[in-house]
Ligand binder design. Structure first.
Ligand SMILES: Cc1cc2nc3c(=O)[nH]c(=O)nc-3n(C[C@H](O)[C@H](O)[C@H](O)COP(=O)(O)OP(=O)(O)OC[C@H]3O[C@@H](n4cnc5c(N)ncnc54)[C@H](O)[C@@H]3O)c2cc1C
Length: 477
């Protein structure tokens, strides 16, 4: 007899793979379709937003959710977390107030403490009292006279290395060092792919494009959906649409209206002269979308640095943010952006935008002038439900029976979405009620660091990036 799966998942981005892994952990079978040749191969992520400190405009509530969800994801995928801190500053020219940021940080420290009280294993960002540290101008002047440290361990050592390079007279003080870590997508992709391939519960179909879905819910059959690919049709009881910015396409075929934005963005890869010690992630706040949008420098191994500049000629694009028209139609990119998404970039645009990005960072880090293009950009498109482009937390919705639509905005929301789907399929009696709450994912835990190292490195190369981008600055044994 033809097999019927309990759950069919369209899209093997972080949301789809975490859902499949979480279902497998509870013994629920699924089939996962990903059109690319490996999973987590869509828009990039590099930053675990554990507290939302990169976003001065978001609500305290969003910051708390980002902190909690980031901790959950870091516990699930520890081998992809790069435990280097983040330097946060506000240029004197910008409207943001350091006092407001400090108040929010204190709120986050209290919340982090409460999460550790709930479960001591949540202490993955160090001790709560060390979550952040503020540095006055005098502190910075004193640290700038200290020798730099090749492998910094303490907050002062990280700040010492950073401040040797930064033109800190341009910044409001205090500046802040916070335990927001890096997040390596190649390592996460590798671990997830290896775990899914090993799983007896998930049928992973890479290089498989879902061309159509057929609704069989009213036909009184043993299944509710048919999932069509170019070569076969699969039957499932519950359908999860986690196809990223394509989510609207499947909604549309079901006549489900939903207001949404889709946004195309890019980060640039540069190579910088070896400097004497590791540096934290560097953030110079500014109003998004203006010529003074945030500048962000993300350190990787072997002197590679990734750059975001939240201006239209660096990370953001003219017409890069598009909205659904009327009452929830499918938003569409223009030809130029579609071409970038489908066929990649031409060399001159890579050079042009990367050089602009380098010059932007140079405004705060003068020696960054010597940086050069280090590889192709990391780019992609993502969805944002509703009409607020500043929303940073998106989750899952259940617009009709046996159908879930995942619309995460930050990768950290993936486990929350997976757990909500697990709950929903019990509520709809797709599977019997599950009694236990498992804290660990056995499948993920069974993948060795060596296996992750090897596949992450292969994936970076296969996708056209320097191999160094697959490694952690702070290696974990
Ligand atoms: C430049 C940039 C930087 C970012 N930085 C960060 C960051 O630092 N931290 C962070 O948390 N988030 C970051 N994000 C956001 C993050 O990338 C997204 O939130 C996340 O990738 C969304 O995951 P997803 O699984 O919902 O969707 P996606 O990752 O888009 O996955 C959807 C998958 O579905 C597949 N698919 C689509 N249609 C079909 C089909 N018909 N058949 C089969 N497969 C299909 C796609 O190939 C894709 O793999 C960034 C985004 C961008 C663009």
């Amino acid at each position: 007899m033809e097999r019927i799966y309990n759950v069919g998942i369209i899209g093997g981005g972080i949301s789809g793979v975490v859902t499949a892994l979480q279902l497998a952990n509870y013994g629920v079978d699924s089939i996962l379709f990903e059109q690319e040749s490996s999973v987590v191969n869509g828009p990039p992520f590099c930053h675990l937003h554990a507290g939302g400190n990169l976003y001065p405009d978001i609500s305290d509530e969003q910051c708390r959710i980002l902190l909690k969800q980031s901790i959950e994801m870091a516990r699930l995928f520890p081998q992809s977390i790069d435990e280097r801190p983040t330097f946060i500053s506000i240029p004197k020219s910008e409207k943001y107030e350091v006092g407001t940021i400090l108040k929010r940080l204190d709120m986050l420290v209290a919340y982090y403490k409460s999460l550790i009280e709930e479960d001591p294993l949540n202490e993955i960002l160090g001790a709560p009292q060390d979550y952040y540290r503020a540095y006055s101008e005098d502190d910075l002047t004193a640290l700038s006279k200290q020798p730099s440290v090749k492998h910094p361990k303490t907050a002062d050592e990280w700040m010492c290395n950073a401040i040797q390079l930064i033109d800190y007279k341009k910044l409001k003080t205090p500046v802040i060092l916070v335990q927001e870590y890096g997040w390596n997508l190649f390592r996460l992709a590798a671990q997830a792919q290896l775990a899914l391939e090993k799983s007896e519960k998930c049928n992973l179909k890479t290089s498989t494009n879902v061309t159509d879905i057929k609704d069989a819910r009213d036909l009184n059959l043993d299944y509710n959906w048919e999932i069509h690919t170019q070569v076969a049709v699969y039957k499932v009881r519950y359908l999860v649409n986690s196809s990223g910015f394509n989510t609207g396409q499947f909604d549309e075929s079901l006549q489900l209206k939903r207001e949404r934005l889709i946004e195309f963005k890019a980060a640039y890869v540069s190579k910088w002269q070896p400097i004497t010690g590791l540096i934290p992630e560097l953030i110079f706040h500014g109003e998004r979308g203006t010529p003074h949008g945030m500048a962000q420098l993300t350190p990787y191994c072997d002197d590679y640095y990734q750059i975001h500049g939240m201006t239209k000629d660096i990370t953001l694009f003219e017409n890069g943010l598009v909205q659904s028209k009327g009452k929830g139609g499918l938003p569409k990119f223009n030809k130029d952006i579609k071409e970038k998404l489908n066929r990649g970039w031409n060399d001159s645009e890579i050079i042009n935008r990367t050089e602009k990005a380098i010059a932007f960072v140079e405004g705060f880090v003068p020696s960054f002038k010597s940086a050069s293009v280090g590889g192709p950009p990391l780019y992609g498109a993502q969805q944002i439900s509703g009409d607020d482009p500043n929303l940073r937390v998106g989750e899952v919705s259940f617009p009709s029976k046996s159908y879930a639509r995942s619309e995460i905005i930050k990768a950290s929301s993936a486990l929350t979405v997976a757990n909500q789907i697990l709950h929903k399929i019990q509520e709809e009696a797709i599977i019997p009620t599950i009694q236990t709450e498992l804290k660990q994912n056995q499948l993920l835990n069974s993948i060795s660091k060596q296996a992750i190292d090897a596949l992450a490195s292969a994936l970076a190369i296969e996708r056209g990036y320097p191999e160094a981008l697959s490694r952690l600055l702070i290696d974990k044994d």
